[in-house]
Design a protein around this ligand. Structure first.
Ligand code: SF4
Ligand code: SF4
Length: 92
Protein backbone atom coordinates (compact mmCIF):
# COMPACT_ATOMS: atom_id res chain seq x y z
CA UNK A 1 0.00 0.00 0.00
CA UNK A 2 1.26 3.47 -0.87
CA UNK A 3 2.01 5.73 2.08
CA UNK A 4 2.03 9.54 1.88
CA UNK A 5 3.47 11.62 4.72
CA UNK A 6 3.54 15.39 5.25
CA UNK A 7 6.08 16.84 7.68
CA UNK A 8 3.69 19.33 9.13
CA UNK A 9 6.32 21.63 10.67
CA UNK A 10 7.57 22.41 7.16
CA UNK A 11 4.17 22.77 5.51
CA UNK A 12 3.57 26.38 4.46
CA UNK A 13 -0.06 25.82 3.58
CA UNK A 14 0.59 26.82 -0.03
CA UNK A 15 -2.08 24.28 -1.11
CA UNK A 16 -0.13 23.28 -4.23
CA UNK A 17 -0.34 19.59 -3.24
CA UNK A 18 -4.10 19.71 -2.97
CA UNK A 19 -4.43 21.62 -6.22
CA UNK A 20 -2.31 19.25 -8.33
CA UNK A 21 -3.27 15.88 -6.84
CA UNK A 22 -5.59 14.02 -9.21
CA UNK A 23 -6.96 11.73 -6.50
CA UNK A 24 -7.55 14.15 -3.60
CA UNK A 25 -4.94 12.79 -1.21
CA UNK A 26 -4.58 16.11 0.65
CA UNK A 27 -6.86 18.40 2.59
CA UNK A 28 -6.03 21.83 4.02
CA UNK A 29 -6.90 22.46 7.67
CA UNK A 30 -6.79 25.71 9.64
CA UNK A 31 -3.43 26.38 11.30
CA UNK A 32 -5.25 26.80 14.62
CA UNK A 33 -5.95 23.07 14.71
CA UNK A 34 -2.24 22.40 15.25
CA UNK A 35 -1.31 24.63 18.22
CA UNK A 36 1.69 22.53 19.27
CA UNK A 37 3.30 22.55 15.82
CA UNK A 38 6.24 24.95 15.41
CA UNK A 39 6.82 26.22 11.87
CA UNK A 40 10.24 25.24 10.52
CA UNK A 41 12.50 28.34 10.57
CA UNK A 42 14.54 27.27 7.52
CA UNK A 43 11.37 27.06 5.43
CA UNK A 44 10.04 30.29 6.95
CA UNK A 45 13.19 32.07 5.74
CA UNK A 46 12.21 31.27 2.15
CA UNK A 47 8.42 31.14 2.08
CA UNK A 48 5.48 32.74 3.82
CA UNK A 49 3.48 30.44 6.08
CA UNK A 50 -0.24 30.75 5.37
CA UNK A 51 -3.09 30.12 7.74
CA UNK A 52 -3.47 26.43 6.90
CA UNK A 53 -1.64 23.10 7.01
CA UNK A 54 -1.99 20.16 4.64
CA UNK A 55 -2.90 16.76 5.98
CA UNK A 56 -3.11 13.40 4.23
CA UNK A 57 -6.68 12.13 4.03
CA UNK A 58 -6.55 9.52 1.24
CA UNK A 59 -2.93 8.32 1.23
CA UNK A 60 -3.59 4.81 -0.13
CA UNK A 61 -5.28 6.35 -3.20
CA UNK A 62 -1.97 7.91 -4.31
CA UNK A 63 -0.94 6.81 -7.82
CA UNK A 64 2.65 8.11 -7.36
CA UNK A 65 2.35 10.56 -10.24
CA UNK A 66 4.85 12.72 -8.31
CA UNK A 67 3.10 15.98 -9.25
CA UNK A 68 2.89 17.13 -5.63
CA UNK A 69 6.56 16.41 -5.01
CA UNK A 70 7.67 19.15 -7.40
CA UNK A 71 5.15 21.71 -6.16
CA UNK A 72 5.74 21.45 -2.42
CA UNK A 73 7.30 24.65 -1.07
CA UNK A 74 8.27 23.05 2.21
CA UNK A 75 9.71 19.96 0.50
CA UNK A 76 7.85 18.10 3.18
CA UNK A 77 6.03 15.34 1.30
CA UNK A 78 7.42 11.81 1.34
CA UNK A 79 5.81 8.94 -0.55
CA UNK A 80 6.61 5.27 -0.13
CA UNK A 81 5.37 3.23 -3.07
CA UNK A 82 4.13 -0.35 -3.23
CA UNK A 83 7.65 -1.66 -3.67
CA UNK A 84 8.95 0.23 -0.66
CA UNK A 85 10.78 2.86 -2.71
CA UNK A 86 10.86 6.35 -1.19
CA UNK A 87 10.00 9.45 -3.26
CA UNK A 88 11.03 12.80 -1.77
CA UNK A 89 9.78 16.26 -2.65
CA UNK A 90 12.09 18.71 -4.41
CA UNK A 91 10.58 22.12 -5.07
CA UNK A 92 11.06 22.97 -8.74
S1 SF4 B 1 2.12 11.62 -6.12
FE1 SF4 B 1 0.26 10.85 -5.09
S2 SF4 B 1 -0.22 12.40 -3.56
FE2 SF4 B 1 1.18 13.35 -5.02
S3 SF4 B 1 -0.11 14.36 -6.57
FE3 SF4 B 1 0.34 12.30 -7.35
S4 SF4 B 1 -1.35 11.01 -6.64
FE4 SF4 B 1 -1.42 12.90 -5.41
S1 SF4 C 1 2.59 21.59 -1.19
FE1 SF4 C 1 3.82 21.13 0.65
S2 SF4 C 1 4.01 23.06 1.70
FE2 SF4 C 1 2.35 23.31 0.24
S3 SF4 C 1 0.48 22.82 1.40
FE3 SF4 C 1 1.17 20.92 0.41
S4 SF4 C 1 2.47 19.87 1.95
FE4 SF4 C 1 2.22 22.02 2.57
Amino acid sequence: MVEVIVEIEKCTGCAHCRDVCPVNVFELKPRDEFPSVVDDPAVAAKFQFRGEKSIVVHGPDCIVCEACLFECEGECITITDDEGKTHLSTYK
